[in-house]
Write a protein that binds this ligand. Structure first.
Ligand code: FE2
Ligand code: FE2
Length: 322
């Protein structure tokens, strides 16, 4: 289903009234008038976010069968399952913008949709489960805590609930890291290796630098975004450096230094060429992730058919399917 154009999309009086509402801190709800561009931007952001939650299940799902204890297995399964819930919740929120979730799924399956670049990296060791929870979910919390104040009501409310679960994800990850950090030299080396691989891609998760992020001005004005990519990235670095220090880890950046004047941790240049290459589909696992998603979708066809047949049978009898 194509999104129907919004009536009066270019009407300057309507746009002025909309912007006045935003400026006064009101939230925009699905039935409210909104500029076409606002709806398009939110559809793009929410669908990319939902796809990221769903694809994000794959690198960690890969380790469920190899978790080192029942307790670790239970918390990893719970975390991966939470991510499915986040995806469904955000697809549902995106549908309030007049888009059909099946169209969004199809864009993911046929490779035309984007999702977070971090999930195109492999998970090579058990330590990756700790570092992903700590850094990747940690970065997601920084991003999503601010999105919980976004001007579009359904997105903001979804983020409030999701952030509560992300905190559990981050803690379970950091606990794995802290355990390995106080383990044998081999465990410590495995952990440091995971940090060395995942640190830079987790900084890139905040998106391009503000100077290369053309939509930022408009998104800030409409309070879709409340902070720029660089501001959020800096906040994440400032929060994370002391956590790394607390468990004796070295972050792989020789330029990382505390700036007494700004009270920020200054850091080195991100490899943006690599970032854009991964976004374009050339990361180490892009193909594998899409294949896995497509296989899972195809394998689930029978249950969708069964659910449709069940609903049709009940509709015929005049009873509502549960
Ligand atoms: Fe999530
Ligand atoms: Fe998470």
């Amino acid at each position: 289903m194509e999104q129907k154009p919004i009536p009066g999309a270019d009407d300057p009086a309507l746009i002025a009234a909309f912007e006045a509402r935003i400026a006064s801190g009101e939230s925009i709800e699905p039935k409210d008038w909104m500029p076409e561009r606002y709806r398009k931007q939110l559809t793009r952001m929410m669908s990319q976010h939902a796809h990221s939650e769903i694809v994000g299940m794959l690198p960690e799902g890969n380790w469920v069968t190899r978790a080192p204890s029942l307790r670790r297995k239970m918390s990893l399964i719970a975390k991966v399952q939470d991510e499915a819930g986040h995806g469904l919740y955000i697809y549902c929120g995106a549908e309030t913008l007049g888009v059909d979730r099946h169209d969004l799924f199809n864009q993911l399956l046929n490779g035309t949709a984007k999702y977070s670049s971090i999930f195109n990296y492999p998970t090579l060791s058990w330590a990756d489960m700790g570092v992903i929870g700590w850094l990747v979910d940690g970065a997601a919390i920084v991003n999503q805590t601010v999105l919980a104040k976004t001007s579009y009501g359904p997105y903001a409310r979804a983020m409030v609930r999701i952030c509560k679960e992300e905190n559990f994800h981050k803690r379970q990850g950091y606990e794995i890291c802290a355990t390995l950090a106080s383990g044998t030299p081999a465990q410590q080396a495995m952990l440091q290796d995971a940090v060395d691989r995942i640190w830079w891609p987790s900084l890139a998760m905040f998106g391009p630098s503000d100077k290369d992020s053309p939509n930022t001005g408009e998104l800030l004005r409409w309070k879709v975004k409340r902070k720029t990519n660089d501001e959020l990235r800096q906040r994440f670095v400032n929060l994370t450096v002391p956590q790394a220090q607390a468990i004796g880890l070295t972050l792989p950046d020789p330029d990382l230094t505390f700036n007494a004047e700004t009270k920020n941790w200054d850091f080195g240049e991100i490899d943006w060429a690599e970032f854009f290459d991964v976004i374009k589909g050339n990361g180490p696992c892009n193909r594998e992730r899409l294949e896995a998603r497509n296989t899972a979708h195809d394998d689930g066809q029978w249950i969708r058919d069964a659910a449709t047949a069940f609903a049709a049978k009940h509709a015929k009898r005049g009873v509502e399917a549960p």
